[in-house]
Design a binder for this molecule. Structure first.
Ligand code: A3P
Length: 312
């Protein structure tokens, strides 16, 4: 949480009083805005971002639902698009600081006057917003969107452990069955999962030059090929085979998670950077979810993704 109630504008207070609200799984209270659930603070950020963010044609927006591989993609995209400015073989900024990618609605929680002018060009920014809630200029400009999706069971499990780390007291006695139910109903911060994914999926099919849809699983299986596909989509020009493998190595779970900056640092919002590195595996849900709970998520996935061409 980035700011207290005293920082909410009157407009946001009025908006909040008109929205459905519920006690959440990971937060004390959340509000449903444009179909998704958010904290009060994030709602202020979203409203500010929708009103004030001006996308440039050259911008690159990384969109995800939390726990889908945002941290990994942030690193890969940053290293890729700035490979001339920051050669991977050199003293790369990813080795010393974290993160390099502003979080649009997160940064706007603090103030409506956010400046992204210091970012190296092309500007790379991340968001957890649904496609329909993106600021208008992202959709109307020629900026590019990279969307990363992950197996919903792994997303749930990653979120389950992240919540335990972030809010140990609040989550200690929370039953996992109830958390799965909240997840399947879409009632968690940033949810619902399936609608979020489907919107970007259909956008990527309608407009493949605007939205590139990738999955955590294909990134794991063939990271180098995916880096090349992203380079092509973003028009990064030729990326030599050697550079691709250096980028892949630099951004690997093993490499990033062992860096001092990702083990010991705290972000300005108080979250420890090591919370973003847990196992980094596909199918890791098996350690945490019983077969019957996995079935509950699978049934929702079949129902929601049925006929879309998306398989999980
Ligand atoms: P697990 O909790 O399953 O390990 P996000 O960045 O969207 O919050 O997602 C976090 C998930 O991505 C965590 O998954 C984390 O371990 C994993 N992750 C972080 N960095 C990674 C990397 N370089 N490669 C692969 N997975 C990574």
């Amino acid at each position: 949480v980035y700011l207290g109630d005293e920082n909410l504008t009157q407009e946001t207070r009025d908006l909040l009083s008109s929205l459905p609200s519920e006690k959440g799984w990971l937060v004390s209270q959340m509000y449903q805005y444009e179909g998704s659930w958010h904290t009060k603070a994030m709602l202020q950020g979203i409203v500010n971002c929708q009103k004030h963010f001006e996308a440039k044609d050259s911008d690159i927006i990384l969109a995800t639902i939390p726990k889908s591989g945002t941290t990994w993609l942030k690193a890969l995209l940053f290293a890729l698009i700035h490979q001339n400015k920051f050669p991977v073989s050199g003293n790369h900024p990813l080795l010393a600081t974290n993160p390099h990618v502003p979080y649009l609605e997160g940064d706007y929680c603090v103030s409506p006057d956010v400046s992204f002018s210091k970012l190296p060009s092309p500007r790379l920014m991340q968001t957890h917003l649904t496609h329909h809630s993106l600021p208008v200029s992202i959709k109307s400009s020629s900026c590019k969107i990279v969307y990363c999706c992950r197996n919903p069971k792994d997303v749930f499990v990653s979120l389950w452990h992240f919540g335990k780390k972030l809010a140990p007291q609040e989550t200690a006695d929370y039953p996992i069955e109830k958390a799965v139910e909240a997840f399947c109903q879409g009632k968690f911060i940033g949810g619902p999962f399936w609608d979020h994914v489907l919107e970007y999926w259909y956008e990527s099919r309608k407009n493949p030059n605007k939205v590139l849809f990738v999955t955590y699983e294909e990134l794991k299986k063939q990271t180098g090929d995916m880096v090349k596909r992203m380079a092509e989509f973003l028009g990064c020009g030729f990326t030599a085979e050697e550079e691709v493998s250096e980028i892949v190595k630099l951004c690997s779970f093993e490499s990033l998670s062992s860096l001092e900056v990702n083990r010991q640092w705290k972000l300005p919002n108080g979250i420890e950077t090591n919370a973003f590195f847990r196992k980094g595996e596909t199918g890791g849900w098996r350690d945490t979810l019983s077969e019957s709970l996995a079935d509950v998520i699978d049934r929702t996935t079949e129902e929601k993704f049925g006929g879309s061409g998306l398989n999980y």
